[in-house]
Design a binder for this molecule. Structure first.
Ligand code: MSP
Length: 522
């Protein structure tokens, strides 16, 4: 456009960055399938974004300053910090088994986090939005939340089915009420700030009903981050926890460079805590004069036989039990395929087995083994390029639809677009019957085309499913001659007809189940 001239700096294409986070878990019990669901979905997004060319940073962590953590530590005769360090190992081991590829893990007991929390609190105070007052009312320790009478059902916290504590204490308050109109304007002007839409509607109604100021300190009980201007108090655990997303960038600890990562592009959290992230968190940032995150996505709940999954209700499914029996990839696929992202879904061993058999053993797994074994039997694993059938168009359209859905966080639609290609290849093979072509000496060309196109379209489907099933899809792509991984998903998931494929037969990826379900649970 401007031959011989340097482009102005703002026109130099930058690699887009993408900073995404999950909720940081309370560590008073190990992860269950519900908490794991959140991390798996965020991991699929992170893997997709990396392959889509974004400089991605994926943060997870542990929320350690809760009262339940302190109680659990005392029950085990450990100091809270020792207990949390032990739990960190447990959490990290589960995330490793489930192939969660976080780039950073933050604990709220880390020094860098304390510095960030104290700095933000001071910044808000300096701008006049922290004041002293008295809180009198209900407090649910399991939610770690102040509750109003209208939040209770028959006097109980509806989530934990327990009676909250009545407390009266002298605290520091955050002037949350002053941010109501700015938050309503934010939802109106930037609707993608909270997704999916039902959460936005729900929170709009909450805001319209009015916002009370929020107590942001609790009496110091020896566990928590000290309020910098009041050594009798610690920072309220939610105020502390939300700041992890910011303190992980170095805010408060590293004056130079933290804002290169901030603001976050996407916070993935459950629907029960969307309010904290879409009301309190942006107000805290506005009050400190900092930029707010791009989007908060409130996913739905994984239930077990219709009940909310929870340790205390006895309805928790151990994610490791499921992944040890079926593998991490089938579990990841199940959760993505079965639950439209943003809605609730149910886990049952029956549904899990049915999906495994249908999608993996009978469909994708069977296709890979048919294609590679025919390629070996009829062509010694060497397939010459061709693109004459309908499959190149099917694969290209499927790849576009998968990428578009993933980009829009419709993860279930993304996976089903990839499975659409798998279904089309299966049909194509049934129609073309390569086993019959192989017996006809005049059908050599047709056999070449059929095998090449089936193998190449299957490779495209596996490339698209890689963020969901990283290990098995890498294996499939390799067996179908995919070679070294191209840098972007766009390149890897393009149907190519300009190079021969060299395929390899391997052990069955997903043997059919013969009732291998674990004994506990259902
Ligand atoms: N510590 C807070 C989050 C602080 S974030 C600044 C917390 N922790 S939690 O351990 O209770 O929950 C962690 C995440 O798991 C939350 O996003 C929560 O919604 C999610 N889930 C807990 N049970 C779940 C299901 N049964 N299904 C799906 N997600 C669930 O809240």
């Amino acid at each position: 456009m401007f031959p011989g001239r340097l482009l102005p700096l703002e026109c130099v294409p930058l690699v887009p960055r993408f900073y995404l986070t999950t909720a940081i878990d309370y560590v008073n019990s190990p992860p269950h399938l519900g908490t794991a669901y959140e991390k798996i979905t965020a991991d699929v997004i992170a893997r997709f974004k990396r392959r889509a060319g974004y400089r991605t940073h994926f943060l997870m962590g542990a929320d350690e300053h809760s009262l339940n953590v302190r109680r659990r530590a005392a029950e085990q005769g450990l100091t809270p910090l020792d207990y949390c360090s032990k739990m960190e190992e447990t959490f990290r081991a589960v995330w490793a088994k489930l192939d969660i590829s976080f780039d950073e893990f933050i604990r709220t007991t880390e020094e860098r986090h304390r510095l960030g929390v104290q700095k933000l609190l001071e910044a808000i105070r300096a701008r006049g939005d922290i004041y002293e007052g008295t809180y009198e009312g209900w407090y649910c320790v399991s939610c770690e939340a102040f509750k109003q009478e209208k939040d209770l059902e028959n006097g109980l916290c509806p989530l934990h089915r327990a009676k909250p504590d009545w407390i009266r204490e002298r605290n520091h308050f955050f002037r949350l009420s002053a941010y109501r109109d700015r938050l309503l304007a934010l939802y109106r002007e930037q609707p993608e700030f909270i997704e999916p839409a039902p959460r936005r509607n729900e929170l709009t109604r909450v805001l319209e009903a009015g916002l009370a100021d929020l107590s942001v300190s609790r009496p110091g009980l020896g566990w928590g981050i000290p309020v910098p201007f009041d050594d009798r108090s610690v920072v309220y655990v939610w105020f502390d926890a939300l700041i992890n997303y910011l303190s992980a960038t170095g805010y408060g600890a590293d004056e130079a460079g933290w804002d290169e990562r901030w603001p976050a592009d996407l916070h993935i959290v459950g629907k029960d805590i969307t309010r904290f992230h879409a009301v309190i968190w942006p107000a805290m940032l506005m009050a400190a004069g900092l930029p707010i995150p791009g989007r908060v996505f409130g996913h739905g709940f994984v239930n077990f036989q219709g009940e909310r999954m929870s340790k205390s209700l006895g309805t928790a499914v151990d994610p490791l039990e499921a992944s040890d029996h079926f593998g991490a990839d089938p579990l990841r696929l199940f959760l993505i395929r079965e639950i439209p992202y943003g809605q609730d879904g149910d886990f049952s061993w029956d549904r899990f087995e049915a999906r495994y058999d249908a999608d993996l053993a009978n469909s994708l797994g069977n296709l890979v083994s048919r294609v590679t074994s025919m390629a070996a039997r009829y062509r010694e694993g060497r397939l010459a390029p061709s693109a004459r059938s309908r499959l190149p168009a099917v694969a290209t359209a499927g790849a576009a639809s998968c990428r578009e859905s993933m980009e829009a966080l419709r993860l279930h639609d993304g996976a089903s677009a990839a499975f659409g290609i798998v279904g089309a290849v299966n049909e194509f093979l049934t129609e073309r019957a390569p086993w019959t072509l192989a017996r006809d000496p005049d059908a050599g060309r047709a056999l070449d085309e059929t095998l090449y196109e089936a193998a190449e379209a299957t490779r495209v489907a596996a490339a698209l499913l890689r963020p969901v099933m990283p290990k098995s899809c890498a294996r499939i792509v390799e067996r179908l001659g995919g070679g070294a991984m191209p840098t972007t998903l766009e390149e890897e998931a393009a149907f190519r007809s300009d190079r021969p494929l060299s395929t390899a037969v391997g052990a069955p990826l997903w043997p059919r189940l013969s009732r291998r379900r674990p004994r506990s649970g259902a």
